[in-house]
Write a protein that binds this ligand. Structure first.
Ligand code: SF4
Length: 507
């Protein structure tokens, strides 16, 4: 009997950018009596069903975007006689669906790190429960990933989590509802230990796979102080102190390490934090800009963001600390108008963001937006191929609409075409070459060009296009670009690298 862990994907590129961390964490949560799990990441290659034998246990992790492929795999491996266990955000929200559509014998809800061993033991004994509640475990129970199981030569970046949960409450995001609003921060020992292990193996680019790397803003501290809330103030100060301690230890790792994370825009007003990030080799951050107008920010409950000139000032502040911004913008908000697309593009250029993504408003389960949409417009939208539009992730990929939320002045197709137009302009050769001035030397600039084109092929052309031929062409291009790009990110292994201790010593 073998344990398998599968990350489903309807597109495979041969090489992937970021390691899907959950696969390697659940591998660590698998007791040694079952042997090392067989890991299949379908963003690299599709599952070979012949690897599954009767009595094997197959764990499939899904988010809304890959649920349909996950269900297809679940039914297939169940038909081969395997025990099927689903987990991940989507299965947590829709456990019945995973059983009905994906052939799940069992569903693990919430954090799997601890409860996975129980689910395995029950499957091995032939009597799995229909559901296991993993809940939200404390940070000291988060398991370090089994990086020894990484397939060599396949990934560009490692991924290490430092904090789970986000105190904000954006309307389009499910993180604060699934991972909670209380930040659960890992001890720096655990984080640094994993980073060192990855660097020993030749990974020098690492994504800090956090919900929000900046869980305590200066405003939060001010507010708690004003309210005289001593307990909260103490918690916030301790959380912030631990962030600085972690960054101080990351700063003492080899100089060629490069980290990338996700962060809220309030950090732009915290130069002490940005400086600590710079010293810690954190060179880039995804920032949810979402909208460039005050009305747009109100649409998504993101009043802590800025618009207009203040937005430009804040985004440029990152560049002053050597931080590259991947700005994330949403199109299709109720307050958007045709002019919003050009205005957003112009703002992205003026703010000097290094990369940008332009996504169309999609109601994802677990969000405030989804509930409103499900109870209103989705009811009128009817069904496609017999599947209600309110369950859009179950509609076959080729038939799936690209825009779900009816807009007061623009058609779905207009939003899609204008969004595609903004991607085209932001990632035109001329624009990329102009932006590439942020890296030194011609070689560096060419690498920047390759990476920008890869990013665009992987994320824009495979996601927005309504034309399946264009999607396949983009996937082929991405596969071709991915292999040479991977070489740009890796370095010679450092098998003897020591773990720096707190206080300036090395272990
Ligand atoms: S979008 Fe970002 S800031 Fe908003 S709740 Fe989600 S993780 Fe937090």
């Amino acid at each position: 009997m073998r344990v398998h862990l599968i990350n489903p994907s309807h597109l495979s590129f041969g090489v992937a950018v970021i390691t899907p961390r959950w696969l390697f964490v659940l591998a660590a949560a698998t007791p040694s009596q079952y042997g090392d799990p067989l890991i299949c990441d379908e963003t690299l290659t599709v599952l070979d069903p012949a690897t599954i034998a009767p009595g094997d246990i197959v764990g499939i992790g899904i988010h809304t975007g890959n649920a349909l492929r996950g269900y297809e795999l679940g039914r297939e491996v169940r038909a081969r006689g395997a025990w099927v266990v689903f987990g991940g955000i989507h299965a947590t929200l829709y456990p019945d669906e995973a059983r009905e559509q994906g052939g799940a014998h069992a569903v693990v809800r919430g954090d799997g790190d601890v409860v996975w061993a129980t689910a395995l033991a029950d499957c091995a004994a032939g009597r799995p429960l229909p559901q296991y509640e993993g809940g939200r475990i404390e940070a000291d129970q988060f398991l370090p990933a089994r990086w020894d199981l990484l397939q060599p030569g396949r990934y560009m970046w490692g991924s290490v989590q430092t904090v789970r949960g986000c105190p904000k409450h954006c309307s389009f995001c499910s993180v604060w509802r699934t991972d909670g609003q209380k930040p659960r921060q890992r001890a720096s020992d655990m984080v640094v230990g994993e980073v060192v292990e990855l660097r020993r193996r030749g990974y020098r680019f690492i994504a800090l796979a956090d919900d929000n790397f900046y869980p305590v803003s200066l405003k939060d501290l001010e507010l708690a102080e004003r309210q005289g809330n001593t307990a909260r103030l103490e918690f916030l100060r301790e959380t912030r102190r631990e962030r600085f301690e972690l960054m101080d230890r990351l700063a003492r790792l080899p100089q060629d390490l490069v980290f990338f994370t996700q962060i809220t825009m309030e950090s732009a007003d915290d130069p002490e934090f940005l400086e600590a990030m710079r010293k810690a080799h954190i060179r880039g951050a995804l920032i949810g800009v979402e909208a460039v107008t005050p009305e747009g920010l109100k649409d998504v409950y993101k009043d802590f963001n800025s618009s207009g000139e203040d937005l430009v000032r804040r985004l440029r502040a990152y560049r002053e600390h050597d931080l590259h911004v991947l700005g994330s913008f949403i199109f299709g908000l109720p307050s958007d108008r045709p002019a919003t697309f050009d205005a957003t593009l112009a703002m992205a250029v003026r703010s000097e963001v290094t990369f940008a993504q332009f996504v169309m408003l999609t109601p994802f389960p677990g969000t405030v937006d989804f509930k409103k949409w499900e109870d209103g417009p989705a009811r009128e939208a009817g069904a496609i191929g017999g599947i209600p539009v309110s369950r859009h992730w179950l509609i076959p990929q080729a038939l799936r609409p690209k825009v779900y939320v009816p807009h007061p002045v623009m058609s779905a197709d207009e939003i899609r075409q204008r969004t595609q137009g903004v991607w085209d302009q932001f990632y035109s050769l001329g624009e990329i070459w102009r932006r590439s001035r942020c890296v030194p030397g011609v070689k560096g600039r060419l690498a920047f060009l390759f990476i920008s084109k890869l990013y665009r092929q992987m994320y824009a052309n495979t996601g927005i296009s309504t034309d399946s031929a264009r999607v396949s062409k983009a996937a082929r291009w991405a596969s071709l670009l991915a292999r040479p790009c991977r070489r740009l990110f890796t370095a010679a292994p450092m098998p003897d690298l020591a773990v720096p201790l707190g206080g300036g010593h090395s272990a």
